[in-house]
Write a protein that binds this ligand. Structure first.
Ligand code: DX5
Ligand code: ZN
Length: 215
């Protein structure tokens, strides 16, 4: 499984995204991670499909929407039309995660599921047949800039044991210091938010690519 870096736009100044997104792509970002929050599943509200649609012409990078929303299935169509090739939702946010993952695949999208730090890893086991990616939250969703919760890496190890080939993404507190331990646990996709706002993008991306050995 290839190691990839997925910058999140969450922590950037949204008025500057028109320059930031092409710059991320030019510096080797593999996927653009879009953190959609509804003020219900998590307290903050971020943005929706309209912003996603405006960013779409700026880059060829694949887009993944990380829906931190209740009733995530209500938004699948809008984010598909806005140009996302993968939609990641939380099984904690719906009683019908299995069916909704199937729906995404029927729509021709990749289906991802994300679990919170407080959710047991066993939750993903019955879904593995119908999803293309498992995202293990390494912080509690809602905010950038938190520190990685070490214990969640144990869940990465478990999923990797179950599925040697499954794409496993980690999200929260990833920087060049923490990335190697997540990679050793078996993660191969790395969401990076606030780290990339604390450093100039070229230097930040270089350090991340070095840390994951995906230079
Ligand atoms: C948190 C979001 C993350 C966030 C990560 O709720 O899902 O994608 O952007 O930010 P950092 O990298 O700052 O932890
Ligand atoms: Zn995210």
């Amino acid at each position: 499984v290839t190691r990839l870096i997925a910058p999140s736009i969450l922590s950037f100044d949204m008025s500057r995204l028109g320059e930031v997104v092409p710059q991320l792509a030019a510096e080797g970002a593999d996927i653009l991670h879009l953190d959609v929050m509804d003020g219900q599943f998590v307290p903050p509200i971020t943005f929706g499909d309209a912003l996603t649609r405006s960013l779409r012409p700026l880059t060829k990078m694949p887009f993944e929407a990380h829906l931190m929303t209740l009733t995530p299935e209500r938004h699948f169509e809008a984010f598909a039309e806005a140009g996302c090739e993968r939609i990641i939702f939380h099984p904690e946010a719906t009683p019908h995660a299995h069916r909704h993952a199937q729906t995404l695949r029927k729509m021709g999208l990749e289906a991802g599921i994300a679990i919170n730090p407080g959710t047991p890893v066993e939750t993903v086991a019955p879904l593995l047949e119908v999803v293309d990616l498992v995202l293990i939250m390494t912080v509690n969703p809602g905010w950038g800039g938190q520190s990685l919760i070490e214990e969640s890496l144990e869940k990465v190890r478990r999923v990797r044991q179950w599925r040697p080939e499954m794409p496993i993404e980690v999200d929260g507190g990833i920087d060049p210091e923490t990335l190697p331990s997540a990679a050793r646990a078996g993660a191969n996709l790395f969401v990076v938010g606030s780290y990339l706002t604390r450093n100039p993008i070229p230097e930040g991306m270089r350090a991340l690519r070095e840390a994951c050995g995906c230079a």
